[in-house]
Design a protein around this ligand. Structure first.
Ligand code: NDP
Length: 250
């Protein structure tokens, strides 16, 4: 039997990278999955690929265009999922942006965007999901943090700040919600080959990233870890998963 047969999951940032791989991996385990992101064409394409992905082919897909920085859209995402599938078992808070630059460059629009998506967006969706999960007496929040949520370095300060916040919020949520049967997992990847770095505007940072010879992780490596955490029995709460490429030193 598939590991997530009949479970209902929401994945934010499902239009590329880790979110897309996670949606496919959850569907392969026969979960019903709501995929969310701002790019509708990507959602349509992913929906086609997910349909019939499980062994029995009965996992369902719901695609919702959603900007997580809009509190109403974030709440609608959860409400539409509950209306469609009748419950919510797993929320993968994955949507994120990483706009690296030294703090002294003063790119305040990019700082704001990172905090809006990585922190406020996560909080809005979580807030709506927790209300549903508390009513059910069960649920699982899986927050995609980063190695940068544990340590920082030059050019990574503000992004790191958002991921330190994700870790602090995740751990508080874990303690606040354990009596409600709600589990919380933070997943902390090192470098993964995705579109994440494409949006960096700082030329110096882009050049440094381009010169790295290290073999990065693939999105599927993170999706596997997410499925592992999600498929444990209720008594098991996988709190934290740190995954680096073998060649990544810190
Ligand atoms: P991608 O750029 O491939 O994916 C980012 C996703 O976030 C996209 O689907 C994008 O969808 C979505 N997103 C961005 N802004 C918004 C928004 N305002 N509202 C809704 N969705 C939004 O990067 P990754 O897959 O690498 O990133 C996924 C997560 O993994 C992020 O939280 C990132 O910080 C984290 N991470 C990534 C690492 C890496 O090396 N790649 C390492 C450690 C952590 P759309 O544009 O369609 O809205």
């Amino acid at each position: 039997m598939a590991r997530l047969d009949g479970r209902v999951a929401v994945v934010t940032g499902a239009t590329s990278g880790i979110g897309e791989a996670t949606a496919l991996a959850l569907a392969a385990e026969e979960a019903h999955v709501t995929i969310a992101g701002r790019r509708g064409d990507r959602l349509d394409d992913l929906t086609d690929r997910m349909k019939g992905a499980g062994a029995d082919g009965d996992g369902q897909v719901l695609a919702i265009e959603c900007d997580v920085t809009d509190e109403q859209q974030a709440h609608d995402l959860i409400e539409k999922t509950r209306e469609e599938f009748g419950k919510l078992d797993i929320l993968v808070n994955n949507a994120g942006v990483m706009l690296l630059s030294k703090v002294e460059k003063g790119l305040s629009d990019q700082w704001r965007q990172m905090f809006d998506v990585n922190v406020m967006g996560l909080l809005y969706v979580t807030d709506a999901a927790v209300a549903v999960m508390k009513q059910q007496g069960s649920g699982h929040l899986i927050n995609i943090s980063s190695v940068a949520g544990r340590k920082t370095r030059p050019t990574v300060g503000v992004y790191s700040g958002t991921k330190f916040a994700v870790n602090a919020i995740s751990e508080a949520l874990r303690q606040e919600l354990l009596q409600d049967g709600i589990r919380v997992t933070m997943v902390e990847p090192g470098a993964v080959a995705t579109e994440l770095t494409d949006h960096i505007t700082d030329e110096e940072v882009r050049e440094n990233l381009g010169s790295s010879q290290m073999e990065p992780l693939q999105s599927e490596d993170i999706a596997n870890a997410i499925v592992y955490a999600a498929s444990q029995p209720q008594r098991v709460s996988v709190n934290e998963i740190l995954i680096r490429p073998t060649e990544q030193s810190n």
